[in-house]
Design a protein around this ligand. Structure first.
Ligand code: ZN
Length: 177
């Protein structure tokens, strides 16, 4: 039994579950952001300040780069904190994400990069591959390859590992007990 095949099976399973956990987490944040907003400045260095905000189904961040360092850092508007929203809602518009970058010179040269991302976009891009993994990993009939459903009857699994390598697609399937 090639050890890497067993490892690949374990890795596949971990990726599948990690994907599901991530999807549930992002979905939870998405739903919670209809009622609560978490926002504020999370980095305050002399030449770098980062703002992050999650609220109303959207993720926003701004990065301020300064070429000259300021005493005490770039002045911040507010520290990072969580607040309930006055009127709970999800902002669906603008439907797509926005990324913008511009420079300012007053009172000193800075570059500001802003992004606004609806949370359904990362949710979609996480859930498609996760759903695909769960779909391809669904239970095949006993004695069949779990990936391509090739009939493995008549193939002798190695007794010590309980894993059969599919001759059709080359992927490992655990033998039914
Ligand atoms: Zn197969």
């Amino acid at each position: 039994m090639a050890h890497w095949r067993l490892r690949r099976l374990v890795t596949r399973r971990r990726v599948k579950w990690a994907g599901l956990v991530l999807c549930v987490l992002v979905l939870g944040v998405y739903v919670a952001s209809a009622w609560y907003a978490a926002r504020g400045w999370v980095v305050n260095e002399p030449k770098l300040a980062v703002y992050m905000g999650i609220g109303r189904g959207r993720l926003a961040f701004a990065v301020i780069n300064s070429r000259t360092s300021a005493d005490g850092g770039i002045p911040l508007l507010s520290p990072f904190r969580l607040d309930p929203l006055d009127r709970p809602s999800i902002d669906l518009w603008p439907i797509w994400f926005a990324l913008d970058s511009f420079t300012a010179t007053d009172p000193r040269p800075i570059t500001i990069t802003e992004a606004d991302v609806p949370l359904w976009i990362p949710l979609l891009f996480l859930s498609i591959p996760t759903a695909w993994r769960w779909w391809t990993d669904r239970k095949a009939p006993p004695g069949h390859c779990r990936y391509c459903r090739y009939d493995l009857a008549g193939l002798n699994a190695r007794a010590e590992s309980g894993i059969t390598i599919c001759p059709e697609c080359g992927k490992p399937t655990e033998r039914e007990a």
